[in-house]
Design a protein around this ligand. Structure first.
Ligand SMILES: Cc1cc2nc3c(=O)[nH]c(=O)nc-3n(C[C@H](O)[C@H](O)[C@H](O)COP(=O)(O)OP(=O)(O)OC[C@H]3O[C@@H](n4cnc5c(N)ncnc54)[C@H](O)[C@@H]3O)c2cc1C
Length: 489
């Protein structure tokens, strides 16, 4: 029987395994009998960055707390694995983001989507942006599109289209909150291809964004949701831009692992580190860190690019070098809970982001129990702060108590919180966030071609074609199709 080995049990590896079995079921009568899947994960549990901790009535996300619904692959997978009733929308009545500016929280003007204003009135009355900055942002509508198609940094793109203040107070902090990245090195084409496309097609981001919002509204006109925001298997339910699962993002991981393991000839090894890959006549020899080996007809590396670089060093040194050139940054999340009665701040939004120019240690803060229902017991609030990223990477090495102290000081200054927390949890993500720097698309195209020419070897994961969960699932599904084609040929 042929064997597929998947290295890495994050959402990318799991989505690949699930999709392999799903396609196999659709296309084969023998239901799991014609090839074996072995998924190998170095940590004691699968999920990679995705981990949910349930403690004293709190649902605490270590890494991702949601997925984007506009990219349909995560939502579709949740539905396919039977989690429709578990879907949870954001509390959009309170959907407001604040930006720290000159030490105070200001509302991000309503209608600003990522960095593009789509409503002029809220922008005009905003206390966040100066009059000159507002005029400059509005002028975006009239600024001619760029000639040529060469890549540029996000910083240069935003300055060119929307002005320096929009970059400092809106784009940079919002992007740091998502990518933990530096706009002066990030590739706009690889990180925000939609914006580049909008400029090319509509001549303006404002025009393009307004058109996009109108078409999204049409698409998302769905029957009213049940009170919880969930839905039954028969009704599509309400959809918000960001979605999660009632029991936390790990629900998806557990469900995929359960389904995959229930199919014949599928195994998951945890606490099993892959140390090397060697080519042999029939495919590959997978060398485990403990010295044992496994043979495989096809190998999918669903581990981060730096791990893929180490594993491919003996097979293709040039490929290995190229993989090494994809930079990663480290981040940490600190979830901290308080008695509601101890908090004077109105917490009337989803949280705040912090521009670099404010010289703070936290990059962003999500007011978790406001953003999603059911994250904290009655009478409590749950807040999550992000530290590290490209600007403050060394902070990730602080001890738990130092990191909690740092967050308490910052929340004290910014939100006036001085109370003792009832819970505080720290999660570190070392070299976990790939950075799509200028030239990323060319790098990845080179990598794709090289891998294509290496029979039986596949790469998948957030380092290549999209950093979020939805893109990771999409790419895992594409990879599964390629593997199945080879296994069957
Ligand atoms: C703090 C944080 C918050 C985030 N928030 C969001 C969010 O809200 N929404 C969103 O869409 N995305 C978010 N992301 C991004 C999201 O986490 C990724 O898109 C996604 O988890 C990537 O999954 P992956 O499987 O490609 O990689 P990973 O999750 O990194 O999984 C790779 C796995 O490979 C394993 N591995 C590595 N080397 C080996 C080896 N040699 N042998 C065996 N196993 C190995 C690792 O242990 C790991 O489990 C966030 C990321 C971070 C760090």
């Amino acid at each position: 029987m042929k064997r597929v080995v998947i290295i890495g049990g994050g959402i990318s590896g799991l989505a690949t395994a699930y999709s392999l079995r799903e396609h196999q079921e659709l296309t084969s009568a023998d239901n799991g009998e014609d090839f074996e899947i072995l998924l190998i994960e170095s940590k004691p549990r699968v999920g990679g960055n995705i981990s949910t901790e349930k403690k004293e009535g709190f649902i605490i996300e270590g890494g991702p707390d949601c997925f984007i619904s506009e990219k349909p692959w995560a939502l579709a997978l949740c539905r396919r694995v039977g989690l429709t009733g578990e879907l949870l929308v954001t509390n959009d009545k309170l959907r407001k983001t604040f930006v720290l500016s000159r030490g105070k929280l200001h509302v991000l003007p309503e209608g600003v989507i990522l960095m593009v204003p789509t409503k002029m009135l809220p922008l005009a009355f905003s206390s966040l942006i100066s009059l000159g900055g507002k005029i400059r942002m509005g002028l975006e509508y009239f600024i001619p599109k760029k000639r040529g198609t060469e890549d540029e940094t996000l910083g240069s793109f935003v300055r060119r289209r929307l002005g320096a203040e929009a970059l400092d107070k809106i784009a940079e902090p919002l992007v740091a909150g998502i990518h933990a990245g530096d706009p002066e090195t990030m590739s706009v084409r690889a990180s925000f291809p939609k914006f580049v496309q909008m400029e090319a097609e509509h001549g303006s981001l404002i025009k393009g964004m307004i058109k996009r919002m109108a078409s999204m509204k049409k698409r998302h006109k769905a029957p009213a949701a049940p009170a919880s925001g969930g839905s039954t298997a028969k009704t599509p339910g309400k959809i918000t831009m960001f979605m999660t699962l009632k029991g936390g993002m790990s629900t998806l991981i557990d469900k995929i692992a359960e389904i995959v393991l229930s199919t014949p000839n599928t195994r998951i090894w945890c606490s099993a580190d892959v140390g090397s890959l060697t080519r042999i006549d029939s495919g590959y020899r997978v060398g485990m860190a403990d010295g044992s080996t496994v043979e495989a007809d096809a190998v999918v590396i669903a581990a981060p690019a730096h791990a893929a670089s180490r594993l491919t060093a003996g097979i293709d040194p040039e490929l290995s070098e190229k993989l090494k050139s994809i930079p990663y940054v480290s981040t940490a999340t600190i979830s901290i809970a308080y008695k509601k009665s101890d908090i004077k701040h109105p917490m009337n939004g989803f949280g705040f982001v912090v521009p670099r120019s404010e010289k703070r240690k936290i990059m962003a803060s999500t007011w978790t129990s406001i953003k999603f229902s059911g994250r904290a017991p009655d009478g409590s609030v749950l807040i999550r702060c992000f530290v590290g990223g490209s600007k403050n990477m060394e902070l990730v090495d602080l001890s738990d108590s130092e990191m909690i102290e740092l967050v308490r000081t910052e929340l004290g200054d910014i939100m006036g919180i001085t109370a003792e927390p009832v819970i505080a949890r720290v999660f570190r993500f070392k070299n976990a966030m790939p950075q799509y720097t200028v030239g990323h698309e060319e790098r990845v195209e080179w990598i794709d071609q090289r891998v294509e020419a290496t029979p039986g070897l596949y790469l998948t994961g957030s380092a290549y074609h999209g950093i979020g969960i939805a893109d990771s699932i999409r790419y895992g599904e594409i990879t599964a199709k390629k593997v199945l084609h080879r296994i069957r040929s």
